[in-house]
Design a protein around this ligand. Structure first.
Ligand code: GLN
Length: 454
């Protein structure tokens, strides 16, 4: 009740929720009360959570923040959210995001931008919360939920977590089922939590993760008790510092933050080693070929027949065209065009196939350093703190916006787990995050190390 009240009072200021499920929340909370009194409570009994609008929720608003899914309410529940409800969590509503999770600032949403609860010292300027899980990050930061689900295709959990002083983890590809989650780029998409601290993130991921017959890329491995990793020492752990992440023009505050993180881990007894990930500079261009290619294919299903919006036309082809022209926003249309282009005959080999090969090289870079005994890799999460809404530089040049993902996309390209942990404030008083990258299915190491840095 307290969270619903807070949402009713403050959501207008942040635009974090696109739908508030008062009735479901109240009914679920009542059921939780009963279980708590009967002593049959689940691991998350009564914990109120927000859900990114990308997750299919039965009979509840699911539009991926797009007009093309206008009025869509699925008849199914995503596996990840079902896992949370099975453990007793309570759904507060659906959270704003970039349209189809394409963006780094939450400004491509059909529902308008999300406002970051943080402001720079002495300034009243509205800042972006990051994206695409901007609603999830802002809602957690503003206490409009106790935790939230999010997804990360190229940084969409970690970058907004860094911009809002929250914790976000993208688990290893395959750790969480993608079933029932609106697809963006299927070989990169992973669900994960955004939470107020490392412990909460560990508890939520434990519940979200599972093998699932309905997603053949989900992996049949036991899900460890992540919470147990918190408080364990990092003494003797080998932490890699990749020299290629020291990119040109990186602001001093980011370099300083990185050094601070290194010092904390050193003090805690970890061994710091310089490493090289030589193909890092190709990750961003390769990502912006692979992700749009997969997106153009996944988004072909929105044709005005099966879901949501239909704009009538002279004939069926005209109806398709009108529906897609009106239903998809500008950034989504840009991705569809890039993706269709790189997959077309004559360009497939030059772009898509090449990008897939680069992807293998990026993956190998990580395999090599892990084979040399590195346990986890420490990098900045983002190249800057949160920037202003409607930043003209970014609006005029989409590549500038894409550069925000420079430290996060490699992790998706390699399918590895990555966590963003709040690591201090910049001189303007805005939160900054550091990222830890782990070996496949070793999320425990990330929680253990992140807890030391928190
Ligand atoms: N910003 C990246 C993009 O727009 C990543 C998005 C994501 O992780 N969903 O593709």
């Amino acid at each position: 009740a307290a969270y619903l009240k807070a949402i009713d009072a403050h959501n207008a200021a942040f635009n974090a929720y696109v739908a508030v499920t008062h009735d479901q929340a109240t009914a679920m909370a009542k059921a939780s009360d009963l279980k708590l009194s009967q002593g049959t409570a689940g691991a998350l009994e009564g914990i109120p959570l927000g859900v990114k609008d990308l997750f299919g929720t039965r009979d509840v608003h699911t539009q991926a923040a797009s007009n093309i899914l206008d009025g869509f309410k699925p008849k199914y529940e995503s596996t990840v959210t079902q896992n949370l409800w099975d453990d007793g969590a309570v759904m507060l509503g659906k959270l704003n995001m970039d349209e189809f999770a394409m963006g780094s600032s939450n400004e491509t949403s059909y529902y308008g931008p999300v406002i970051n609860p943080w402001k720079a010292k002495g300034s009243n300027m509205d800042l972006v919360p990051g994206g695409s899980s901007g609603g999830s990050a802002a809602a957690v930061a503003a206490h409009l939920c106790a935790g939230a689900t999010a997804t990360d295709t190229g940084g969409s959990i970690r970058q907004p977590a860094a911009f809002t002083g929250t914790v976000g983890i993208k688990p290893t590809y395959g750790r969480c089922s993608r079933w029932g989650v609106v697809a963006f780029a299927s070989s990169l998409d992973q669900a994960g939590p955004i939470a107020r601290d490392v412990r909460d993130a560990a508890i939520l991921l434990k519940s979200m993760a599972s093998v699932d017959d309905k997603d053949t890329t989900s992996v049949d491995l036991p899900v460890p008790d992540y919470e147990a990793a918190i408080g364990q020492s990092v003494k003797g752990m080998k932490i890699g510092i990749p020299r290629e992440y020291r990119v040109d023009g990186m602001p001093e505050e980011i370099e300083k933050l990185w050094q601070q993180g290194i010092a904390i881990l050193k003090d805690a007894g970890a061994e710091i080693v310089d490493i090289s990930l030589p193909h890092t500079k190709y990750a961003l261009p390769a990502y912006y070929i692979v992700a749009p290619a997969e997106a153009s294919s996944n988004l072909a299903r929105y044709d005005g027949v099966r879901y949501g919006l239909r704009v009538e036309g002279r004939d069926i082809a005209d109806m398709y065209e009108k529906t897609r022209a009106e239903g998809f926003g500008k950034e989504v249309q840009r991705r569809i065009m890039i993706g269709t282009y790189v997959l077309s005959a004559g360009y497939y080999d030059a772009y898509y196939l090449k990008a897939q090969k680069v992807r293998t090289l990026i993956k190998r870079d990580f395999e090599n350093v892990f084979a040399e005994g590195v346990d986890t890799i420490l990098t900045p999460a983002t190249p800057s703190a949160a920037f202003g809404i409607a930043d003209q530089d970014m609006a005029n040049d989409p590549v500038k916006m894409y550069l925000n993902d420079i430290f996060t996309v490699t992790v998706n390209m390699a399918g590895l787990p990555g966590i963003s942990v709040p690591a201090g404030l910049n001189p303007k008083g805005l939160p900054l995050g550091l990222q830890l990258i782990g070996k496949p299915f070793e999320e425990e190491t990330l929680f253990r190390t992140a807890a030391v840095m928190e």
